[in-house]
Each structure stands twice: as C-alpha cells, then as structure tokens.
Design a binder for this molecule. Structure first.
Ligand code: ATP
Ligand code: MG
Length: 563
C-alpha cells in the first residue's frame, strides 16, 4: 500500500521556507485566518494542519486571526466554534486569538498614508459604473472621473465616509494602481466600502470596512507573519498583496504569500455558503450533524482529531487542484479507531435465540478481549443466559451450502463469541407475516471458549447479547450525504438535487452490552463485525444513542492495493 504512505521528502512550501531560512529569515511565523461566517470544515482542517504544522516543524509560531471584515455575515457563535475546533484538532495558537478588527485603526492610518502619497482616492461612481470601467482582461480599463481628485479632497471625503455622513454605496476608497493591467485585481481595487452595520466586536464605531485584499496583507505585516499560506484562487491577488506592502514600509520580516491547492473531496460540498444552506433549510440537523463535512460534525460522528491530522498529512499539499477520495478520510478514521476503540457486541436487528438445554434462571459470565490490537486493553466480563439476541441477518431459513454459509440455519452450528457452540434445531415463525421470530438451539456444555473439549470445529462465530442484560440503544446509521461524486460541479443543476434520501437511518431498538451503561458522549467503540460507533451527545442515562462512525469494511484500501 505504498500509495498511501506519506513521503518524507519536503513539500514545496517546506522547500520555500527552508530556502528563506538559509537566506536569513530568523523565524517561521504563520497564521490561520478564518472568516467567522460559518463552522470550520475538513478543508479548513487541511489549512490548519498546514499552517500549524509548518511552524511546529521549524520551531515557529502560529496566530489564529479572525478575518472579521464583513460584519454582515459574521457572528460570535462562529468565533467560539472555530476556536474550539482548532483546539480540538490539537493545535495551540500564539497568545490570544486575534482579529482583523483589532487593527482597524492602523489600517485606517495606513489608508491615509496612501491617500497622502496620491495612491488612493475616493470614488463616487456606483458599483455598476466601476465594474463597467474596469472592463475585461484583454483590453485596458477606463479611468474613473474621480481618479485625480486632490489629496485634500480625498482626505476630507474619506474622513466623512468614516464618520457616517454618506449612505451605503455612495462612495468607496480605491487604490490607484493601474487601470491597464491585464490582472483585474490591479485595476484600482476597492480598499473600503461604507457599511452602516454593527460589528460583533467594534460595535457601531466604524461606518467603513476594509476589503479582504487591503486588510489581509497588512494584518500579516502587523503580526510579523513570515509565510502567509492561502489557497490557489489568491494567486492572482499576490501582486496586489505585494503592491500594498510596497507602498507602506520596509517591513522586516516582510510577509510572503504562498498558495496551495485547496482540498476538494468526492461526494462532499465544502463551501460554507452551501453548508449554511443545508443548515438553514433544515436538510441537516445543524452544523454538527454527523453527515456534515464540518469538524464539529465529524467529531460528533466519531472521527478522531488524530485521524483528521493523519489524513491531512497523507494527502500532502499540491500546487494543482485535485479531488481526494472520501474513502481516504474514512481509511484514516478506521486506522486510528482500530488502535484505540474498545470492542463490544451490539445487535442492530435482533432475533431471539432460546437455548433449550440451558437451565432456566441460570447464567454465567464469559470473558472477552477488549481490543486485540492493544495488549494493554485487557478483558471484560459479559453475561450469558438461556436467551440471547443475535443479528437477524445471521440466520437463514434456507441457507446455501455449508461451504458458503458459516452462520446459522436449521441444523447448523456456530460458536457464540467467547461462549459456546450452539446447534439450531428449530425455529418459530409468525404465521401472519412469515417472519422468523425465534430460534431454538441447544448448546454443547463442553464447548466453552478457552476450555473446549468438544472436538468440534465450527467456522462461524456470532456476536450475541443476553436478553436479560442487554441495554436498549438508539443507533443512527449514516450513508454519504450526496449521491454524486461532485454535487456542486453541475452547471445546470443545484447541488441539493444530489442529496441522498437515505443518508440517515435511525434504528430505535438496537441492543448493546450492559457494560456500555453510562458511556459518555464521544466515547468510541467498535461493535464487532459491524463498525465503529460513538456515543452521541443526545445520549442520556436511560436513553443511549450511538452514531455509526465508519463501517469495518475497507473498500478504499482494497481497491487501492489491488490496483
Ligand atoms: P469557503 O470557501 O468554504 O467558504 P473560505 O475560504 O471562504 O471557505 P475562510 O474562513 O476564509 O473560508 O478560510 C480560512 C482559511 O482556510 C483560508 O486560508 C482558506 O484559504 C483556507 N481554506 C478554506 N477552504 C479550504 C479548503 N477546501 N482547503 C484548504 N484550505 C481551505
Ligand atoms: Mg473566505
């Protein structure tokens, strides 16, 4: 399986960083800059792992900086969830969380510097006019009639914009760069717009808000960020990032923007705008719905932080867009849980077995291994009685030949895991529905696991639970949320047309081992032969709820090793 092992060689960003260090850069200082307008998703996890990982590798630091320049869509709920998610992933930022809004005063001062240098001007044109004058990349744009206003007039108008004297949309501040540039971002980009909106941190202090391009690089410079890593769509913004820095100062260290390919994953939508739609339209039960590709959703589903970090490491970073198989993430989850999750028995679709030669009212305890992958995990005791639940699918009234069917059927034998060999001699059917309602078996007292003198060899081993002791549990089974590998990639179709109607399947009356009583939310376990599960926060003392995290079957690894 060499294809999924991470390579020890440097990725292209590490190469850049090492060259910078050789050239005299003294520290590696990165930042993770989320906009607090939604919950973080697995794409952000990649960016977090990259930014924090880079600093860790070179003994540097990483800031968490909220890019809170747009008060319309932003909210403290998102600020809190983002901090929690970054910490949960296992990363610690330098000092307090920071906010672009912490620097609004400095950004304003710097805007004045640009105006005074004749490098920025107030434009009274409407947005439509500005768009029209900007033109198309193949031919030069048209200069605004306001482009050559005097410095005094610009200073006066800009101050009055700040003071709230003009309505939204009346004026903007633009950088005076180059209306003939083939790079549209250089055609006098907007630095400030008027917004009469309350900001979740600065209240009503500001009537103007900086645009991303103006805020981002300058915030990097203020925080002494050395490597400002972002996704590829910002590559065309880089000349502007550098232009703004050039106008202001000889920054040392001077921040440097480096772009990498964003994470795209099959069967997944990743933009916050679309995820917000799923939440607002009630298609999922909130941002942390276990079907969501959000960090909070994956946590609730039972994905571990280590699995997500390993996934990020495994996919590496690239300079070209690609799509990662969702199965690779599941592979990483399975790999981690296999090591850490204790094993239990759980029966999702119960069928009763009566062991007719086992004394009524009697019982005993059998011992089962907690985790064969973990020698430290020890053993647990499981009660065994005359009546047990097995999985309905483990019995066939008319099974194929014994060479193909190792489970139960009339006159067939199996071992109940850790207990006895049982032989099915009869079964009861509901005359109305034809459904099998009960199996009658005998057990071989001399076949007890660990002390089996029966001399019999049976191929099948079934999981089971004592009817008298099993705990009832609700189990939520999941399938992928979308049926199309690229739900957002169809020009003529809305991504919601590809929703999987069977993505959630609730089993209200499953059974689990009594030892799971009182299991805390986010407790991970494996239900033998089924998959990994995790206690949902909806769980209470008398109503256990499990989320299916991932199945045991590992199609991804199989397909990729056969190839
Ligand atoms: P979305 O497009 O999902 O709304 P965004 O880019 O607007 O995301 P931000 O909050 O601005 O979200 O992103 C914070 C950081 O995370 C940015 O540096 C951004 O480049 C990075 N990021 C966002 N999505 C991905 C992704 N799919 N893969 C890698 N990095 C990402
Ligand atoms: Mg963004």
């Amino acid at each position: 399986m060499s294809s999924i092992e991470s390579t020890p060689s440097l990725n292209f960003i590490e190469q850049i960083v090492e060259n910078d260090i050789k050239a005299g850069k003294k520290e590696v200082y990165t930042r993770f800059p989320p906009e607090p307008n939604g919950y973080l998703h697995i794409g952000h996890a990649k960016s977090i792992a990259l930014n924090f990982g880079l600093a860790q590798r070179y003994g540097g630091r990483t800031n968490l900086r909220f890019d809170d320049t747009n008060p319309v869509a932003e909210d403290v709920e998102y600020v809190d969830s983002i901090q929690h998610d970054v910490q949960w992933l296992g990363f610690a930022w330098e000092g307090e969380a920071r906010y672009a809004s912490d620097y609004f005063d400095q950004l304003y001062e710097w805007a004045l510097v640009l105006i005074k240098a004749g490098k920025a001007y107030v434009d009274d044109s409407t947005l439509e006019e500005i768009r029209a004058m900007r033109g198309v990349p193949t031919s030069p744009g048209v200069e605004s009639p306001y482009r050559n206003r005097s410095v005094e007039e610009n200073l006066d108008l800009f101050e009055r914009m700040k003071n709230g004297e003009f309505p939204e949309g009346a004026r903007i501040l633009r950088a005076k760069v180059d209306m003939t540039s083939p790079n549209m971002h250089m055609r006098d980009p907007i630095m400030y717009r008027i917004l009469h909106k309350e900001h979740h941190r600065t209240g009503d202090k500001w009537k103007i808000y900086p645009m991303y391009d103006w805020a981002h690089g300058q915030c990097d410079a203020i925080e002494r960020i050395t490597h400002s890593v972002c996704t590829l769509e910002f590559e065309v913004h880089r000349p502007l990032y550098d232009w703004f820095l050039d106008q202001l100062d000889e920054f040392d260290p001077r921040p440097r923007q480096i772009e990498f390919a964003r994470l795209n994953m099959s069967y997944t939508v990743m933009s916050k705008r679309r995820l917000l739609q799923l939440v607002n339209e009630g298609i999922v039960n909130g941002w942390d719905d276990p079907r969501m590709p959000t960090i909070s959703g994956m946590r609730r589903r039972g994905y571990t932080a280590a699995a997500i970090r390993n996934f990020a490491e495994r996919i590496g970073i690239a300079r070209r867009e690609n799509v990662i198989d969702l199965g690779l993430l599941e592979f990483s989850v399975r790999e981690d849980l296999n090591k850490i999750a204790p094993r239990y028995m759980g029966i999702l679709d119960p069928l009763k077995v009566v062991i007719t030669n086992y004394p009524e009212g009697a019982g005993e305890e059998v011992e089962l291994e907690n985790n064969p992958e973990d020698p430290e995990a020890g053993h647990r005791k499981v009660p065994f009685t005359r009546e047990v639940w097995i999985e309905r699918g483990d019995f066939k009234e008319d099974p194929p030949s014994p060479k193909k069917w190792f489970r139960l059927g009339p006159d067939r034998m199996v071992r109940l895991k850790g207990a006895y060999i049982v032989h099915c001699h009869d079964f009861v059917k509901d005359p109305a529905t034809g459904e099998v309602t009960e199996l009658h078996c005998t057990y071989l007292p001399e076949s007890r696991s660990g002390n089996d003198t029966s001399g019999l060899k049976v191929k099948g081993t079934l999981d089971w639970l004592s009817v008298d002791h099993a705990l009832k549990a609700e189990v939520r089974q999941y399938d992928r949320l979308f049926m199309d590998p690229d739900p957002a990639g169809h020009k003529d179709k809305d991504f919601k047309e590809f929703l999987n109607p069977d993505s959630l399947n609730i089993i209200p009356n499953a059974f689990v081992e009594p030892a799971l009583k009182g299991a805390e939310p986010l407790f991970h376990c494996q239900f033998l032969r089924k998959g990994y599960y995790c206690v949902d926060p909806d769980s209470t003392e008398d109503h256990l709820v499990f989320n299916q995290t991932v199945t045991l079957r590992d199609n991804w690894a199989k397909e990729n090793s056969e190839a």
